[in-house]
Design a protein around this ligand. Structure first.
Ligand SMILES: C[S@@+](CC[C@H](N)C(=O)[O-])C[C@H]1O[C@@H](n2cnc3c(N)ncnc32)[C@H](O)[C@@H]1O
Length: 171
């Protein structure tokens, strides 16, 4: 019994450490956007049924669930944290949207964004320059980009929601 409890404690500590440490290594906290802000961002992006949304750094998948459940879109979440990937997968299953959600485990700088209609990002300004170059190279013309809490220097937002700090860009 003691061994079992010790094993559970080790698993909890390892999972908890991975949850926090992997995002930290990549320079981001594992913090989710609140649902109202996500909804506002997806509305601003005018996400349409059957379009494909990418969430770069999808965490436990809150954006993916809302994009598929409320907007009837397809959603791809790119996430480097293994625990976050597993939780996002389970959340999609629990919410009945597994067939519309794809979780890509890995670094979003290595992801292929050519299929994206909308890209959602809740990152920090330290990522802006590098991700901007990738968006410029890969996104199709007319694709929309919504950023939460940071802007893309050199790109002119077509809309800025000051209250929620959401920027909308169209390539
Ligand atoms: C601030 S959270 C945002 C979570 C989610 N997008 C939301 O808005 O609720 C950022 C997430 O990005 C992930 N992340 C950080 N750098 C990454 C990278 N280079 N590639 C993939 N995921 C990354 C972190 O693990 C973390 O889960």
């Amino acid at each position: 019994m003691q061994t079992f409890v010790a094993l559970i404690a080790v698993v909890v500590v390892v999972v908890g450490a991975l949850w926090i440490l992997v995002p930290a290594v990549y320079g981001l906290p594992p913090v989710s956007t609140n649902p109202e802000r996500i909804r506002r961002a997806l509305e601003l992006a005018n996400l349409q049924p059957d379009e494909t949304l990418y969430d770069l750094g999808c965490g436990h998948g809150r954006v993916l669930i809302m994009a598929t459940r409320e907007f009837n879109a397809h959603a791809v979440g790119v996430e480097v944290g293994p625990v976050q990937c597993a939780v996002a997968w389970v959340n999609a299953l629990r919410n009945g949207v597994r067939s519309k959600v794809h979780i890509e485990a890995g670094d979003f700088y290595k992801s292929d964004l050519r299929q994206a209609d909308v890209v959602y990002m809740y990152l920090t300004s330290s990522h802006a320059g590098r991700i901007q170059k990738k968006l410029e190279k890969e996104l199709r013309s007319g694709a929309r980009v919504v950023t939460v809490s940071f802007d893309l220097e050199g790109w002119q937002p077509v809309f800025f929601d000051r209250e929620n700090l959401i920027y909308l860009y169209i390539k």
